[in-house]
Design a protein. Structure first.
Length: 208
């Protein structure tokens, strides 16, 4: 992974139109944008409990894109099945996920780490037996700044959609995630991390 040898991109989210465009599904949104950019389509794959697309079909360096069709808290079941089916190591995966502890518009690339309370990441750790896998975390902002109100407001927040004022920033951030993935493959995790971790929403706006 340090050298950009990843073969499986995993977007986290919940399946079904009910959850399309929600904050919790921004990992899905990022990889759907990538598939659209690369002109590839997702196919249902029952054996890996998800939808799969492939970039560079048939080449030795082809990359699989996985959207689990398990619900968020069972994401690890799909990731484990995909690793086994495609004969990949955990250091060849990159997980794209939402992060409520990051402000909307901020990004973090990490080569390992705990779940931080995220049920999708927790499930992956449980199923693959390690927390040493790369993940890109996309900030969706917290539901409130008051700790005592956070638990009550978390579910409506993460299962809610972005408002019209937030969407330009969301689109910019998804674009940056795709740039970060390209850097990750071409230049490695350190260079990609320097880029993604220093990104601020105003950077893109100031260049327009």
């Amino acid at each position: 992974m340090i050298h950009g040898d990843f073969r499986l991109l995993v977007g986290l989210g919940n399946p079904g139109s009910k959850y399309t465009g929600t904050r919790h599904n921004i990992g899905f949104s990022a990889l759907q944008k990538l598939a659209e950019q690369e002109h590839v389509l997702f196919q249902h794959a029952k054996k890996i409990h998800g939808k799969i697309a492939e970039i560079g079909i048939g080449s030795a360096s082809s990359i699989k894109i996985l959207l689990p069709n398990t619900y968020m808290n069972e994401s690890g079941r799909s990731v484990r099945a995909a690793l086994d089916w495609f004969d990949l190591d955990v250091n060849q995966i990159v997980v794209i996920t939402d992060d409520m502890d990051l402000p909307l518009g901020r990004l973090r690339l990490r080569s390992k780490g705990s779940s931080g309370g995220h049920n999708g990441i927790k499930s992956i750790i449980n199923h693959i037996g390690t927390q040493d896998f790369c993940r890109i975390k996309i900030g969706i902002g917290a539901p409130t700044s008051l700790p005592e109100d956070r638990k009550e407001k978390t579910i409506p927040h993460v299962l809610g959609t972005f408002n019209s004022n937030e969407m330009p920033m969301v689109n910019d951030v998804l674009h940056e995630v795709l740039k970060g993935l390209d850097l990750l493959q071409q230049m490695g995790i350190e260079r990609a991390g320097n880029y993604l971790n220093s990104y601020k929403p105003m950077d893109s706006q100031s260049q327009q």
